[in-house]
Design a protein around this ligand. Sequence first.
Ligand SMILES: Cc1cc2nc3c(=O)[nH]c(=O)nc-3n(C[C@H](O)[C@H](O)[C@H](O)COP(=O)(O)OP(=O)(O)OC[C@H]3O[C@@H](n4cnc5c(N)ncnc54)[C@H](O)[C@@H]3O)c2cc1C
Length: 465
Amino acid sequence: MGDTVLKCDYLVVGSGAVGMAFVDTLLSETDATIIMVDRYAAPGGHWNVAYPFVTLHQPSQFYGVSSKELSSGRKDKTGLNAGLYDLASGAQVKAYFDDVMRHTFLPSGRVQYFPMCDYQGDGVFTQILSGKTHTVEFKKTVDATHLKTSVPSTHTPNFEIEDGVRFMPLNDLPKLKSAPDGYVIIGGGKTGIDACLWLLESGADPDDMTWIVSRDAWLLNRANTQPSMEFFENTMGAQAGQFESIANATSFDDMYDRLEACGYFLRLDTGVRPTMFHGATISTAELEELRKVKNIVRMGRVSRVGKTEIILAGGTVPTTPEVVHIDCSAGAIANVQIKPVFDGNTITPQTVRSYQPVFSAAFIAHIEAAYESEAEKNKLCAVVPLPNSTQDYLHMTAAMMMNQFHWGQDKSIRAWLLSNRLDGFSDMIARLDKNDKKRMAVMGRLRDNAFPAMAKLQQFISELS
Ligand SMILES: Cc1cc2nc3c(=O)[nH]c(=O)nc-3n(C[C@H](O)[C@H](O)[C@H](O)COP(=O)(O)OP(=O)(O)OC[C@H]3O[C@@H](n4cnc5c(N)ncnc54)[C@H](O)[C@@H]3O)c2cc1C
């Protein structure tokens, strides 16, 4: 096979949301040339294979790339997100990234895009359809594949499935032509939630649904993620409530009780103490709807789905060959390993602010463009670990607070945050009327509790380690 040699400043592997957000900022803030390589036929990463009824979990205002708005700026008037800002559908997200590639990246003359190509490492990639190999001479490489986002349509379930069982990823639900004997939803995370909500919205009887929830999760209230002044009390109030709850907590469990009491966290069943925290975001209307599903199986993980029974760690539940079993067991973020963001000529974008992988990618590109020393860059881009268990919330919040503290000390970073659409929240604080006593009081609670909360997080981390 022929081998072509290509040259660029940055070789970016992965044109998912993270790779796209990184490149967009690099294009705006440097003169660099860039080569992007991806296995998929189109940019957007996992959005190419997402289920047809997927939407963002958080408002579109702070998703995508810095240079192009994704939100319609509207609030939903109907449905379970009514009153809150729009959530782009999967189709919209995919079309958006396609538009960014065609109308911003490629016309810049500085980006070369190689879809349908498999990166082999060391600057070598292969075109999937021809087997042709290219070698890239680059100054730096960007690994925008690190999060290893896993979705039901492409992952392999980690349990056995007997031949003859009706089993499908939630992607195939809209293909159903008649009512099965029942629905078993396997997975208690955000994908499982989406499957339950779609079934209910589409007319399935909640009594026909069995939901296998191996671990209950603490959930974030979407009303607290709205980036506009109208939601100041929710958004900033929730942050203040968070710091207050942590600062005043007398124990780890007490901290969660307080976080729930102040409205920061929600849970499906107030009688069940969650052990999982993935940062899934939900509206209170969605939560009410989900509570219509009464048959929730809490027996740990599934090990086998048979034609007549499902075997779980803590017992079995009956099923039949006519029941549809819906796979929602892919854990969206499969890779929680941390590495330095800047390491020689390799950049590995990871989250530097909780729940915001794309903001993080844009921020890291800005730091790459604006700072020289690797030590300083890594200090400003300390990785905020992705949470899985309830204890991980401690580490995540402590790291996020430390980054915010460092960024707050740097005038140029403050200005960048203020002007960046992916940031979402700095602008809300900057536009605050200093004579507005009520809102200034919220900011006061935030400020007064920040250091005590940080100290308490460190205390709990050392007690629980
Ligand atoms: C259903 C769902 C909803 C979500 N909603 C939100 C939300 O509302 N807000 C939010 O902030 N986050 C959300 N997330 C989190 C989401 O993971 C990130 O927003 C983001 O899309 C992840 O992008 P990524 O680029 O890291 O990963 P991916 O989308 O997986 O992209 C990685 C890319 O790398 C390519 N690749 C990997 N290895 C190679 C190789 N060897 N050669 C070539 N190409 C390769 C893949 O083909 C892929 O295109 C959601 C996640 C899911 C699953």
